[in-house]
Design a protein around this ligand. Structure first.
Ligand code: IMP
Ligand code: MG
Length: 200
């Protein structure tokens, strides 16, 4: 019996022409997310953490992570805008949606999709720390340490170290596209070039 491709496969197929290379296939992401969830479950046994995430990229990672945890957990979201493009950040961040819950005295884990320069995470950490949580840690699926501008960032849980290439899928977007891909891939240079704003 043959099966027709489901909607997720369909999305992956439609985007395939724009993807240079798949860096992390779905199965590898699932396995690594499971390992991160096991570490968090161990560390937070008996003290349910609040997982705080930033819309929208980290949502895919957060929902898979929570389903792999063996400890009770709460989730909450913030939304921010950064000025400048994703790869030319000014470090100026503005909050457009705050958390719904108070975090004072809570064990908080900031869940990120990717930490690049670290400026966004640094801003969020300062903001959260000012509210006096009992503890505050970072969990990021992807990390580009050699692009770091904020060098003091301490990452407790890290999925994969990634090369300096523009990645899409599993929540990561290019101009709001490709988030729904089940894998993480490198976007072709010609797609990036075609979308680049005209030079001066
Ligand atoms: P940072 O402030 O430089 O650490 O930037 C982190 C944010 O930049 C991430 O949350 C993403 O939104 C975006 N970003 C960085 N690298 C990539 C990438 O390769 N693909 C898509 N978005 C990215
Ligand atoms: Mg993001």
């Amino acid at each position: 019996m043959t099966c027709s491709p489901g909607p997720i496969r369909g999305a992956a197929d439609a985007a395939a022409a724009d993807i240079q290379e798949i860096l992390f296939p779905e199965a590898q992401i699932t396995a690594r997310v499971g390992e991160l969830a096991a570490a968090i479950s161990r560390d937070y046994a008996g003290r349910p953490p609040l997982l705080v995430s930033v819309l929208k990229g980290a949502v895919y990672f957060l929902t898979d992570l929570t389903r792999a945890l063996t400890v009770p957990v709460e989730i909450d979201f913030m939304a921010i805008t950064t000025y400048g493009s994703a790869r030319a950040q000014s470090g100026v961040v503005r909050m457009i949606k705050d958390l719904d819950v108070e975090i004072t005295g809570r064990d908080v884990v900031l869940v990120e999709d990717i930490i690049d320069t670290g400026l966004t995470a640094g801003y969020l950490l300062r903001l959260l720390q000012a509210r006096s949580p009992a503890s505050l840690r970072i969990c990021t699926l992807l990390d580009r340490p050699y692009r770091r501008i904020l060098e003091t960032l301490d990452i407790a849980y890290r999925g994969f170290e990634v090369p300096d290439r523009f990645l899409v899928g599993y929540g990561l977007d290019y101009r709001e596209r490709y988030r729904q891909l089940p894998y993480i891939g490198v976007l072709k240079n010609e797609v990036l070039a075609a979308g680049a704003p005209a030079g001066p």
